[in-house]
Design a protein around this ligand. Structure first.
Ligand SMILES: Cc1ncc(COP(=O)(O)O)c(C=O)c1O
Length: 346
């Protein structure tokens, strides 16, 4: 009997042997006191990668996003993001809870929007209206099916935001998937934003951890907020070592995940299943359960019975499959065969 093929998320990875060895050998200290040399090394490395002066290591990308929004605003300000953005849909109303922010959604196209949308979203200087303060971009966009922002579009949006005096936060939880897909650098994107989140526990394969990059001044503020949010740690070098290992060994190989996602999409489409391979840019594949006359729950149940796990996608009526470090081309082929058994006879 084959093992279950878990495509629900790219967070499904287990640390590799090399990563575990790096963790076991890590030099550690008290991270709260900034005495952990491995955390410090990771923060310096990530700051350079993201094109910023400084970065701070936190347990999750959710915390990095929420700290950034708080550091960039005052209670009663407004944050603008695309309607399906993770900060709006999947962080429990965090901007309102943690920072007292009003939230304004832009209806984008697979998570992307343009300078004109920013212009339209900014409130006029009216005494009755919240001050629009932050624009948040997500790259790649989770709800948009792993869509990568073209660098030029980010530059346009960022320039427009700055014309209106807004700050820009980039939720780059999967930023390196975008840069590997389109041959840009993380610093190219990072420089267009005041703060940048990078997650280590998705395609990079770490058990946990994220980084928030920004100016030394902003990251100083973020460090205090990290304490406030309960994210300051002790001998965190043990997991930061996984982050350093991942930045060394797991970035270029994201191209394999993207190739496997294309292989999966083409295999499913060739089996007559409602998948559009032309949508696949990074490691997401969307399967349109509604087009088969199934709810996402029923389609997922049928796939599970054949040993393949998918999860609901941001797009209504769709399931998503994410490729990752623990998925090889052979798993993709087995998943296609299983999906054909589960769904193609419908
Ligand atoms: C775009 C994006 N941002 C942030 C997060 C939050 O990551 P974490 O689960 O590490 O808090 C996710 C998680 O899926 C995500 O997809």
């Amino acid at each position: 009997m084959n093992a279950v093929i878990d495509l629900r998320s790219d967070t499904a990875t287990r640390p590799t042997e090399g990563m575990r060895r790096a963790m076991a050998g890590a030099e550690v200290g008290d991270e709260q006191r900034r005495e952990d040399p491995t955390v410090t090394e990771l923060e310096e490395r990530a700051a350079a990668l993201l094109g910023h002066e400084a970065s701070v290591y936190v347990p999750t990308a959710t915390m990095a996003n929420q700290i950034a929004l708080r550091a960039l605003s005052q209670p009663g300000d407004e944050v603008v993001a695309e309607a399906g953005a993770h900060v709006f849909r999947s962080e429990l109303g965090g901007p309102a809870v943690h920072s007292g922010l009003a939230m304004k959604a832009i209806a984008g196209e697979r998570g992307l929007f343009g300078a004109a949308d920013v212009r339209d979203a900014v409130n006029p200087p009216d005494v009755h209206m919240a001050v629009t303060r932050i624009v948040c971009l997500e790259n790649t966009h989770n709800g948009g099916g792993g869509k990568a922002w073209p660098l030029e579009l980010v530059r346009d949006v960022s320039a427009e935001a700055r014309r209106h005096g807004l700050s820009v936060h980039l939720d780059g939880a999967r930023l390196l998937n975008a840069t590997v897909a389109n041959g840009t650098s993380a610093a190219d994107y990072g420089r267009e934003a005041d703060t940048v989140t990078l997650c280590l526990s998705k395609g990079l394969g770490c058990p946990l951890g994220a980084l928030l990059g920004g100016s030394a001044e902003l990251i100083g503020r973020a460090r205090r907020l990290k304490h406030l949010f309960g994210g300051a740690m002790r001998q965190a070098g043990i997991v930061a070592a996984a982050g350093l290992y991942a930045l060394e060994h797991h970035v270029a190989r994201l191209a394999d995940d993207h190739a496997n996602a294309r292989r999966l999409a083409e295999g499913l489409a060739d089996s007559g299943l409602p998948v559009d391979p032309s949508e696949v840019e990074t490691n997401f594949v969307l399967l349109d359960a509604a087009a088969l006359g199934l709810t996402v729950e029923l389609a997922a149940e049928r796939l599970r019975a054949e040993g393949v796990l998918l999860s609901p996608a941001g797009r209504r009526g769709c399931l998503r499959a994410l490729t990752h470090l623990d998925i090889a081309a052979g798993d993709v082929d087995r998943a296609v065969t299983a999906a054909r058994r589960a769904l193609a006879a419908i």
